[in-house]
Design a protein around this ligand. Structure first.
Ligand code: FAD
Length: 432
């Protein structure tokens, strides 16, 4: 008899966090990733304290995270007149026991990839292998159909299949064949990075504008001591009429700054020059802000969904990647209790599918940026004294409500026992 095997579809942040977690608790797994090679793709993402806690428990150190990003210190919303609407400290400064990190998505992804190879072995991630469907066997096992980049096909057998294959998940499409198409609410995002002087704390996330027309920016590297410049991740965003649906071919394409900079041409203050920030980028990508309608379950017998495949969400709350990491850990904890079984998948689903589906809808209605909607509705986004538009208590209450929904209520998180207790094993001890 061989040890149970978990097949993971997708080697993104969710799939790799799952592989590391399963290895830590002594469960065999193989990741099948459609990309032919792993490259440091993407720009900035945030790792919230709830995810950093799990990364630390996986043995990833602050030093390693410091090499791919920096601890975030502040989150701020600013009106079109350049005045603050709201600001709060983040991470350790806010009282969490763990920092929040603003990282380069690609470099963080490569960190996880190298960790997986070092811990599990060079064969742990099969590149150029797209999972196109699954078949549940009558004995409770599962087979996944794989299309190789070479054109050949294969079938792999395991005890469980985890669909961590992102927003266009093939596993989810089979699990929920009647799911509606991708949802696009009309927001178009242009993303890039520019070397520039960081403002405010030097590690501040700033959302400036209105809920339909804004720029978000934050550094994802410390400032170079010689030049004072940091890598600033920015997302410029405009909401347009979506009645006819997204007309571009594909969801992600390189564009020139001249295609969209006119939306931000007058956005200059003595402390910020938005057109210069946008023009300073080497390359820019356009993509619509999309998510998926929640589904009733992420679980189908020996198959479960995880990460974006389960809960693709608008990036308004900066918690897509963090939630994928938390999913992996909650799944691992369920396996510690129930073994490599369908029951464990059911427990994982029962714990997360409902509340995280609610978070998807909360982010769709602007997430923490909802404060901008309120300010816009009350004064068109222009104000002299924000307290006369929305009282400090109302602002604080709004943000507390969001954090509780996202699993980020400070006291709750600080008090919570580890998701997976140190040394928990359901197989032989693994070095990580
Ligand atoms: C290339 C890339 C760049 C990104 N850049 C950003 C960014 O700049 N900012 C941001 O906020 N978010 C970005 N994201 C999304 C962000 O990483 C995710 O929202 C979050 O990390 C959750 O991760 P995930 O692992 O669930 O999904 P994903 O990160 O989407 O990972 C899914 C993985 O599965 C693979 N895959 C897809 N289909 C199959 C299949 N059928 N079989 C096998 N493998 C499959 C994909 O190649 C991918 O590696 C990016 C995602 C990708 C894939």
């Amino acid at each position: 008899m061989t040890d149970p095997l978990v097949i993971i579809a997708g080697g993104g942040i969710g799939g790799l966090a799952t592989a590391l977690t399963l290895h830590q608790i002594g469960v065999r797994c193989i990741v099948f990733e459609s990309a032919r090679d792993m490259r440091p793709l993407g720009v900035g993402i945030n790792l919230q304290p709830n995810a950093v806690r799990e990364l630390y428990d996986l043995g990833i150190t602050a030093d390693e995270l410091d090499r791919v990003g920096l601890p975030a210190q502040e989150w701020a919303l600013v009106g079109l007149n350049g005045n603050d609407i709201y600001s709060e400290p983040r991470g350790l400064l806010a009282g969490y026991h763990w920092p929040q990190y603003a990282v380069h998505r690609g470099r963080f992804h490569m960190l996880l990839f190298e960790r997986v190879l070092a811990a599990i072995g060079a064969d742990a991630v099969r590149l150029g292998s797209r999972i196109v469907g699954y078949r549940k066997a009558s004995n409770g096992a599962v087979s996944a159909r794989i299309e190789q980049a070479s054109g050949s096909t294969a079938e792999v057998h395991g005890d469980l299949l985890i669909g961590a294959d992102g927003i266009h998940s093939a596993v989810r499409a089979q699990m929920h064949p009647t799911q509606p198409p991708i949802h696009w609410g009309g927001a178009v995002m242009w993303r890039g990075t520019t070397w520039a002087k960081p403002i405010r704390t030097g590690a501040s996330f700033v959302g400036l504008g209105t809920h339909r027309h804004r720029i978000v920016f934050y550094p994802i590297s410390p400032a170079d001591p010689k030049t004072g410049l940091a890598m600033i991740n920015w997302i410029a965003e405009v909401t347009i009429d979506n009645t006819d649906g997204w007309k571009q071919l594909g969801w992600f394409r390189p564009v020139g700054v001249s295609d969209f900079v006119h939306h931000f041409e007058n956005w200059t203050w003595d402390w910020l020059d938005v057109p210069a920030l946008l023009r300073g980028a080497d390359s820019v990508f356009e993509n619509p802000m999309i998510d998926r309608d929640p589904v009733s379950t992420w679980h189908d017998g020996s198959v479960a969904l995880l990460g974006d495949a389960a809960h693709a969400m608008y990036p308004t709350g900066s918690n897509g990647a963090s939630q994928a990491i938390v999913d992996a850990r909650v799944l691992g904890a369920a396996m510690v209790r129930e073994g490599v079984t369908q029951k464990a998948l059911g427990e994982y689903d029962a714990k997360l599918c409902g509340p995280i589906s609610e978070l998807v809808l909360r982010n769709r209605s602007a997430g923490p940026f909802g404060l901008l909607n309120i300010v816009d509705a009350r004064c068109g986004g222009r104000f002299a004294n924000i307290d006369q538009v929305i009282a400090p208590e109302e602002r604080a209450q709004f943000m507390a409500g969001y954090k509780a929904a996202a699993g980020l209520a400070i006291d709750n998180l600080n008090r919570a026992p580890p998701t997976i207790s140190r040394g928990s094993q359901i197989g032989p001890l693994q070095a990580i």
